[in-house]
Ligand binder design. Structure first.
Ligand SMILES: [Fe+2]
Length: 134
């Protein structure tokens, strides 16, 4: 991968990160994390290839080896963090949606029963009134 391509991909990743940082919509956050999860592994793999960006940097600048090693170690942690965060958001959304629909169903059932009971009350009161006026 050329240095130009590396820089372009870094811009692309930065744009995705800006979207991620701005979003307060959890389904969108989940989708953005998915985008990041697709974008990062091939990018990191390219940087780490034996003839890739890191190897070229160290080959031409051996004094930068420790910086390259440190950045390369971060790749594993970052990849795991993105996957973990996406999984957590997805689980949270699934649980929240399930909880919401369970509460909705309970509310519908309660309110139906409530209105039925009131209708029954009206009928009993009405029939009692009719019975009492005869
Ligand atoms: Fe990179």
């Amino acid at each position: 991968m050329s240095t130009k391509r590396i820089i372009e991909t870094h811009r692309e990743i930065r744009a995705v990160l800006d979207r991620l940082a701005r979003s307060c919509d959890l389904p969108e956050v989940c989708a953005i994390l998915g985008d990041l999860g697709s974008l990062l592994p091939p990018h990191f793999a390219d940087e780490e290839r034996s003839d890739g960006f890191f190897a070229r940097v160290v080959s031409e600048n051996p004094n930068l080896d420790s910086r390259v090693c440190s950045l390369q170690r971060q790749h594993t942690d970052i990849t795991a963090d993105v996957a973990s965060l996406e999984s957590d958001v997805r689980d949270y959304l699934e649980r929240a949606v399930a909880r919401f629909f369970a509460r909705r169903d309970a509310l519908v059932e309660l309110l139906r029963a409530h209105e039925d009971a009131e209708n029954s009350l009206v009928m009993d009161a009405f029939l009692t009134d009719l019975g009492g006026s005869e």
